[in-house]
Design a protein around this ligand. Structure first.
Ligand code: PMP
Length: 359
């Protein structure tokens, strides 16, 4: 066989932890609850489907490549982010943005600092470039642990990867925290992954106007409910965008993804209704777990983390009831913990009947 590149040799294939039944499951509120991947639990705005249908029945059929550089989508994102499009770049999910950043800026042996637990796929992208990862672990995974980050940093740190709200802990960084790090380490590229921004409404995106070493990544996969379309974007200083554009693929966002994401941005009422539902559901879950004396973290994002005495028993009992959650017990500081997405109030009320039998 042909050998893979040396940096890739040490990696293992993406953990296929999600069972087929979880993939097939949908939170239909009657039989199954797919709560394992932090997706939105409801379909996106009906305007998304309408826009896609209109595209398909118009004169822009699928034989044509998508609009290069997703220019119209960037235009719509100007309104949403408050940034001009020279700061913006669209990507095939935010994973694609993270990988593009690693491919553009990382070389063999570069040092990357990442507070853990974190979103592991970024770590894989960085390792595939031969970077060395310094994982920063605090006393509690639910603390910001800024001191720990500063201790791990050096002027030569090439990338600092921050996630806010963090997956899987939900920990939120304030813009001042991010700003302090950008200012203290001007030679380090700071990535601020805001995949769950909409749920917490705390953002550092405006800092990209001021700090030439900051990239913020976001996605349509979570609050906007477009995970199946694969659309994300990044925001950064125009010089960084120019650097990224050297290997950027201007066709990276497919035609339906572009059209769907624009339509989603044109229906922020729908987004806000879903955000309100998630907040209300989190209160129901908070009360439920409190009544069971369970150690539960109701995060500012669209998921909760719950510590249970026997993780595999609990996962089995939940699966028997059609509830699919994510085992995060192997993550640092999350021994015995599962992570579960939060949906609408109606879904949560139905879910609680199942949880009642398990907790
Ligand atoms: N960043 C974080 C923190 C995530 O949790 C995820 C999805 N689980 C992603 C990025 C990637 O999402 P997508 O590629 O769908 O935008």
């Amino acid at each position: 066989a042909i050998d893979v590149a040396p940096a890739v040799r040490a990696l293992t294939p993406y953990e296929a932890v999600t069972s087929q039944s979880a993939i097939e499951a949908r939170p239909d509120g009657e039989t199954t609850f797919k709560l394992d991947w932090n997706e939105a639990t409801i379909a996106p705005s009906p305007r998304v489907n309408e826009a896609i249908q209109a595209y398909l029945s118009g004169n822009r059929d699928l034989n044509w490549y998508p609009q290069l550089g997703s220019k119209d989508l960037l235009g719509a994102l100007e309104g949403y982010t408050g940034l001009s499009s020279e700061h913006l770049m669209a990507s095939n999910g935010s994973d694609d943005a993270l990988q593009l950043i690693c491919n553009t800026f990382l070389s063999e042996g570069d040092e990357v600092v990442a507070p853990v637990p974190t979103y592991n796929h970024f770590v894989v992208f960085a390792q595939s470039r031969g970077a060395k990862i310094t994982k920063v672990q605090g006393d509690s995974p639910f603390d910001k642990n800024l001191e720990g980050i500063y201790e791990a940093m050096s002027p030569d740190t090439r990338i600092l990867y921050l996630v806010s709200p963090n997956n899987p802990t939900g920990k939120v960084l304030d813009p001042e925290d991010v700003e302090g790090l950008c200012r203290a380490y001007p030679r380090t590229l700071v990535i601020l992954d805001e995949a769950y921004f909409e749920f917490a409404q705390t953002t550092g995106i405006e800092l990209v106007r001021e700090y030439p070493n900051l990239i913020v990544t976001r996605t349509f996969s979570k609050a906007f409910g477009l995970a199946g379309l694969r659309v994300g974007y990044l925001a950064a200083d125009p010089d960084l965008v120019e650097g990224l554009s050297r290997i950027y693929n201007p066709k990276s966002v497919n035609a339906l993804g572009q059209v769907g994401a624009i339509a989603a941005l044109n229906d922020l009422d729908y987004l806000n209704d879903f955000l309100a539902e998630v907040e209300e559901s989190k209160e129901l879950l908070r009360d439920f777990f409190a009544s069971k004396n369970a150690e539960a973290y109701i995060t500012p994002a669209n998921f909760v983390v719950v510590r249970v005495p026997q993780i595999s028993d609990t996962l089995g009992q939940l699966e028997q009831r059609g509830v699919y959650v994510r085992d995060r017990s192997s993550y640092p500081g999350l021994e015995g913990c599962l992570r579960m997405s939060v949906g609408t109030v109606e879904q949560t009320e139905c879910l609680l009947e199942r949880l009642e039998e398990v907790f």
